[in-house]
Design a protein. Structure first.
Ligand code: NDP
Length: 302
């Protein structure tokens, strides 16, 4: 299979590229930067989609970029980097004389309203209630293919929780303070912490890229990209401290996180959702890291 991956140069994209290449597939990264093995977004627009069997979009300005203040220009970039790139790929698929059999976009679980009790599956109804859920709505909407390709191309959205891995995402920023014994629970620690190991997210994308039934379902299929074991922030904090053999005695109060990150962004860490990967498991996906202990041991030990 040949598969162009928008944002394939990033944290999840590097893992996905490794996995697909190990399975004997070929990958081209779609990037803002030209380079060997890459095409740029401008080239995609001018030359169209190269003949391929699958296409993925992972592009997006990092929501946890510690170098960016939570302001209007950052929010605009969070939206445009995801929506414009997803739209470009969807349009290129629709215009292709031989569209790929599978089209996969990774969005986020921020569409589900944070709650200590509610449980959300892929079938749960939701309407946007804050800026991040509005982002998910527009992002997933921009991935929808026009009618002329829905009978040839399977459309998949994977709603990922916090992606855990050594080379990027939240762990990259957390490991140093935890190593120094400065890690602690965020707020009350009771908030759910939906997460997935990066290797499982890459595996789930590869699973979604497999050829569909003939003809594919005409509607967008959603999979929750989270581990099946539910954890709270307190459980995550204690387990990371245990695996690292470091104390985790310094709780971080909500006002500190809200001041540092902006409350609209801090919500991702200070609140959370119990997300159940119902359809993911029903589809037969086998997790390598279904529980926190195995995931964190792999990350810290690697
Ligand atoms: P990264 O932060 O690693 O970024 C992926 C790629 O996006 C980058 O390599 C870059 O590619 C491109 N990119 C970055 N900023 C911009 C911008 N301003 N405009 C256009 N392109 C940009 O992402 P991850 O690999 O961590 O995540 C992949 C996708 O999954 C993202 O859309 C993310 O929102 C989503 N997701 C990630 C989670 C996580 O915990 N990591 C959780 C839930 C969802 P290049 O420089 O080559 O153009």
């Amino acid at each position: 299979m040949f598969c162009p991956v928008g944002g394939g140069s990033g944290f999840v994209g590097r893992e996905l590229t490794r996995l697909l290449k190990n399975k004997g597939h070929e990958v081209t990264v779609i990037s803002r930067q030209p380079g060997p093995g890459k095409i740029t977004w401008g080239e995609l627009e001018s030359d169209g989609l190269p003949p391929c069997e699958g296409a993925v979009n992972l592009a997006g300005e990092n929501l946890m970029n510690p170098l960016r203040w939570w302001n209007e220009s950052y929010k605009k970039d969070l939206f445009s980097s995801r929506i414009d790139s997803t739209k470009s790929l969807a349009q290129a698929i629709a215009a292709s004389p031989n569209p790929p059999h599978s089209w996969v976009v990774v969005s986020g679980v921020a569409c589900y309203k944070p709650s200590l009790t509610a449980e959300y599956t892929e079938e749960s109804e939701w309407t946007p209630f804050d800026i991040l859920s509005k982002l998910v709505k527009e992002w997933e909407g921009s991935a929808l293919l026009p009618d002329n390709v829905t009978n040839t191309t399977k459309q998949v959205v994977i709603r990922a929780g916090a992606v855990l891995g050594r080379d990027g995402g939240a762990m990259k920023q957390m490991l140093l303070p935890f190593w120094l014994g400065l890690g602690g629970t965020l707020g009350s620690g009771r908030q759910p912490f939906p997460w997935i190991h990066v290797s499982d997210l890459a595996g789930l994308i590869a699973h979604a890229l497999e050829p569909p039934a003939d003809p594919p379902s005409p509607s967008q299929q959603v999979f929750n990209g989270v581990a099946p074991n539910l954890n709270t922030n307190l459980e995550f904090t204690k387990e990371l401290g245990r695996v690292l053999r470091r104390p985790t005695i310094f709780p971080v109060p909500a006002f500190v996180m809200n001041t540092l990150m902006g409350s609209e962004r801090a919500v991702v860490l200070m609140e959370g959702q119990k997300v159940i990967p119902k359809r993911t498991q029903e589809a037969g996906f086998q997790y390598k890291f279904p529980d926190l202990t195995s995931a964190l041991k792999e990350i810290v030990g690697s």
